[in-house]
Unconditional design. Sequence first.
Length: 277
Amino acid sequence: MRKYTFVLSVCLAIAATAIIFSACRKKAAATTEDTGYAADHATAEQTFTDVQTISDQASSTTGSLNFRTTATTSGGCATVTHSNDSVIIDFGPTDCHCHDGRTRRGKIIATFTGGHYADSGSQHTITFDNFYQNDNKITGTKTITNMGRNALGQPYFSVMVVGAITRNGGGTISVNWTRTRTWVAGYNTLSDWSDDVYHVSGTGTITRADGSDVNVAIDPATPLVVALNCHWIEAGSVVYTMPGSRIRTLNYGDTPACDDNAQVVLPNGKLYNITLP
């Protein structure tokens, strides 16, 4: 009887260990999946925000350009050339380490119609020529239309993005987004980029390397806060619907702060910290 009891105890212990191990594996897998979606979205959002910021700055610049400075400097990271209605921002064939800590090579090409990007009714379309950011290849088109001013007197833009990011380590993130980008600060000082702040909201989809689609929504009540004197998105939240109608939130923070921290929030309140690219 004692032998039987001992054997039974051992079997139960092994079974319990197996259940716990299995649960841990499932928990780890869920964590990786949740943060994976968030990381892909953060990379895409930041990348296509950066190329617009660069092209906007280059629209009033010729010669040498250092990204996210208030003026051109010698030894800049890119050469800006104006040709008719197009602006070509050429980072060269090898990586240049820019002021925002990111490396870039290749060309961003912005074609303007209807005047300067700050002019109501103007439009510019951004395309790429063998362009890489942090060794990820960027392709596609971003179209920005100046819609005039809102009820608060702030310039705002309609933005459409159809593009892809091919990761250096393999796999492609594809996006199809519609955005509203509101210029909430700095629009009265066009020559000074350091005080510019934008609020971004909108909807769309992101397709991961495995082919899974995620619906993305940024509520105007909690817009992404993009300050040009910061290297990351400072605040706001993104709600995305994963396969199986699972809802997750990527929270950049409720109060603007210039850091690389964000959190994935599950419906049950569980939080996962991620580091922004």
